[in-house]
Each structure stands twice: as structure tokens, then as C-alpha cells.
Design a protein around this ligand. Structure first.
Ligand code: FAD
Length: 267
């Protein structure tokens, strides 16, 4: 669609501890990550795959690197496979002009899509045709491409007739969803002199890793939580969730954090 892209500023992420930026935090985290990979690498050669959480932290920065690695994979260290992590190929993150949502909306504007039409039944051997149905009615076609998350399939929210083959069910079971959630807070005024992306290692070390994105021009901050922490935050009533995230912002950026006047969240 001819949209410009630019490298994501996430590469310039800064590390926060006790309300302040750690001056050489990013470098120390990087060193921690290399030490972690070295330590995990030789262990996995000797004993095969195991989870991150089974290795005692050598120091604060390898521990923080371990928690950040699990965080970026939407999980917790004890659920992250060392083999999976070591075979992960990272590339350059780029952001799309006007946002990815806008790109998809523009790109698909001529596609006759219907929103809010959840399917709850797919009869996929219906006399050579496929019938997809839900509370809104049904639609029949030659084929269906199912792109719902594996969690939706695993929870049986779509009833397949006939049932899916065993090997497909086994594959769904083997591909669980991570947990990742963003909570956007609108602030009274813009936060100044703070990095666009930051990771608070004080909270991470207490098992509640939180990442932050501070909007470069709007009074908006987005807190990002993952793994069991995201599950716990998702279960909180709205008011408690906002209070929890506000506390995390104050702890990370210091008590001078401007008052929050409104909020929205998405996950
Ligand atoms: C908070 C958050 C931040 C993320 N940030 C990034 C990032 O920065 N970079 C990145 O690369 N990835 C990111 N990801 C991951 C990325 O969003 C997912 O990998 C990607 O969206 C998966 O695409 P998908 O089409 O498989 O599933 P989805 O995007 O989840 O699409 C599935 C669709 O199925 C629909 N659906 C569900 N149930 C039914 C039903 N019964 N009937 C009909 N439709 C149904 C849903 O409404 C949804 O529209 C992030 C994820 C989260 C949650």
C-alpha cells in the first residue's frame, strides 16, 4: 500500500529501577542476556531442553535478562523452553506509518467482511460444502479458512462437525497461547524527559514485569504486562486494574508522575 516504515524505537529501550533510569542499564541488560545465553547454551547441550526458571540467577542482570526474555515471549521463565528461546530468530522491528491497524483497515476496505459475527459451528463435510454458523445465521461455501487463535479452538468454542482429526487436536493442544496485555492510561499532561520504551527491573525482579511505552507527542502511556501477571491483571475489576497499573507507573517513573484523568485499555 506504499506506506513508509521506520525502525521501531524499542531498540532504544531504557532500564528503570526505583523510579530512575539506570544510566548504563541497557548495556548491563545486554551483558546479562549474553551471560544467560552462554550459561543456558552449554547446559542445554549437556541435558537437553529445560525451562528458564530452573537455572539460579547468577546476578541481578542475568536475572533481569531472563525475565525480559520471558516477558517478550508473553510468558514466565518457568514456562519458557531454552531450546525454543535459543532457536528464536530475531529481526528488525519496524513500525508502519499511521499504524498497522490503519494499514489493515485500508487494505481490506473492499473485502466484504462482517464484524461481530462469531462462528460457533462449522459443518465441514456438508455434502461437499462447508457451513459456518453462529447466532447471526449461517453461510455456506466450498471451503473455510479458520484463523481464530488456538486458544479459541482448544476451548471448543467452535463445534466442528465432524470432529477435527486427532492430529489436528494434538497440534492445537501443543500450541497454547501466551498472555500479553496492554493497558493505556491517558495522563493529565505529557511525560517529559522519559524514554519512549522502558522496562522496570525492580518490578520484574518481584515477578511482576512491566514494560512501558510513553507516547512521543500525546499524554498517553501504555503499560505492558505478560504471563501470569497479565492473567492476574486481566482478572482484576477495571478500577483495581487501573490502580495497579498507575502504581506501577509511579514506581517506575517516580512519584512526580502526572495525575491520570482518564483511561482505556485493550488486550
Ligand atoms: C497486547 C499485544 C501486543 C502485541 N504486540 C505485537 C507486536 O508489537 N508485534 C508483533 O509482531 N506481534 C504482536 N503481538 C502478537 C500479534 O498480535 C499476534 O501474533 C497476531 O495478531 C496473531 O494474528 P492472528 O491472525 O493469528 O490472530 P488474531 O489477530 O488474534 O485474529 C484472530 C481473529 O479471530 C477472531 N475470532 C475469535 N473467535 C472467533 C469466532 N468464534 N468466530 C469468528 N472470529 C473469531 C478474533 O475476533 C480475531 O479478529 C501482540 C499481541 C498482543 C495481545
Amino acid at each position: 500500500m506504499g506506506r513508509a516504515t521506520r525502525p521501531s524505537p524499542i531498540k532504544d529501550m531504557r532500564v528503570l529501577r526505583s523510579g530512575a533510569i539506570v544510566p548504563d542499564g541497557a548495556e548491563r541488560l545486554d551483558t546479562g542476556a549474553r551471560r544467560l545465553e552462554w550459561s543456558l547454551g552449554w547446559r542445554s547441550l549437556v541435558r537437553g531442553d529445560f525451562s528458564f526458571g530452573t537455572v539460579p540467577d547468577a546476578d541481578e542482570w542475568t536475572g533481569a535478562a531472563e525475565r525480559l526474555a520471558a516477558f517478550t515471549m508473553a510468558t514466565d521463565p518457568h514456562r519458557l523452553s531454552v531450546d525454543d528461546y535459543m532457536s528464536f530468530v530475531d529481526g528488525e522491528d519496524r513500525t508502519v506509518e499511521n499504524g498497522l491497524g490503519r494499514l489493515i483497515a485500508d487494505w481490506g476496505k473492499n473485502i466484504p467482511a462482517r464484524l461481530k459475527h462469531a462462528a460457533d459451528r462449522i459443518a465441514w463435510d456438508d455434502g461437499g460444502a462447508v457451513t459456518v454458523s453462529g447466532p447471526w445465521g449461517s453461510v455456506k461455501g466450498r471451503a473455510v479458512i479458520v484463523t481464530v487463535p488456538t486458544g479459541v479452538l482448544r476451548d471448543g468454542r467452535i463445534h466442528f462437525v465432524p470432529e477435527l482429526p486427532d492430529r489436528t487436536l494434538a497440534a492445537i493442544e501443543a500450541l497454547p497461547m501466551g498472555r500479553f496485555m496492554k493497558i493505556g492510561l491517558r495522563l493529565e499532561s505529557r511525560l517529559r524527559d522519559v524514554p519512549e520504551y522502558a522496562f522496570d527491573i525492580s518490578r520484574a525482579n518481584r515477578g511482576q514485569a512491566v514494560g512501558f511505552h510513553v507516547h512521543p507527542s500525546l499524554p498517553l502511556i501504555t503499560a505492558i504486562v505478560a504471563g501470569d501477571h497479565a492473567r492476574d491483571v486481566a482478572r482484576m475489576p477495571g478500577r483495581d486494574r487501573i490502580a495497579h497499573v498507575t502504581d506501577a507507573c509511579r514506581e517506575a517513573f517516580g512519584a512526580a508522575h502526572p495525575a491520570i484523568v482518564a483511561h482505556d485499555h485493550y488486550d
